[in-house]
Ligand binder design. Sequence first.
Ligand SMILES: [Fe+2]
Ligand SMILES: [Fe+2]
Length: 233
Amino acid sequence: MMLNMDRSQRLVIDTDAMEWQPSPAAGVNRKPLEREAAESGQVTSVVEYLPGSQFASHLHPMGEEIMVLDGVFEDENGRYPAGTYLRNPPGSQHAPASREGCRLLVKLNMFQSQDQAPVRIDTAQQGWLPGLVDGLSVMPLHQFAQDGFSEQVALVRWQPGTRFNPHSHFGGEEIFVLEGRFEDEFGAYPAGTWIRNPDNSRHQPFSEQGCLILVKTGHLARLQGVYQTCQPS
Ligand SMILES: [Fe+2]
Ligand SMILES: [Fe+2]
C-alpha cells in the first residue's frame, strides 16, 4: 500500500492523466500521489467530491492541509470556494461535504506537532507581494519552524516569459501547477502537474506562457527523517 514515500526521489506526476480511485465514502474519489498506508499516515492526493457527497467525521492526528482546486468544499466550520487554502491542525476533526461538488489537493498528517494555527485563506481576496525577479508575484500562505526545521507555503504567479534564478532547495520543494504551464531545464509541467523536488535538489525554473503554482518548501528533509525512523527494521 505504500506509494512514492522515498522522498529522496524526484517525482513528476500529471494528475489529470490519472484514474480516479474510490474512497470509503460514496461519491468521494481520489488520486493518490504519495501515501504511507491505505487509510492512515501521511498522504498527498487529489480528491474529488461529486455534488451532494460527504465524508464521515474524522480526526487529523498530525494535521490536514487543503487547497480547493475548484467547486466549493465545506464542513461544519464553513464553506470554502475554489482558491481557499486550509490548515486543520493536529488533533482537529471535521465532517466534510460538498453540495456543488469540488476538487481538492489534500496533504494529511505532515504537520510539525506545535503547528497548531487553524488557517482559512480565500486567496481570491488576498493581496500579492512582488517576487525576487520581474514578472513574479508571491502570496505567502503559511510558515512555521520547529526543532531546526521550517516550512513555507505560498502561491506564486509567473507572468509570461518570466525566468527565475538557479537555486537549491534546502528541505526540498513541492509544487502543484494550478494554471498555465511551469517549466525548468528538466521539463514542462501543465496545470494539474504535481512535482516533488528532493532536499538539496537544484533547478532554474521559468514560464514562457505564464502560470500559477502552489509551492511548499523546507518540509521534505524532516519528513524523510521521520519516515526513515519509522522503517521496520
Ligand atoms: Fe479532513
Ligand atoms: Fe525551485
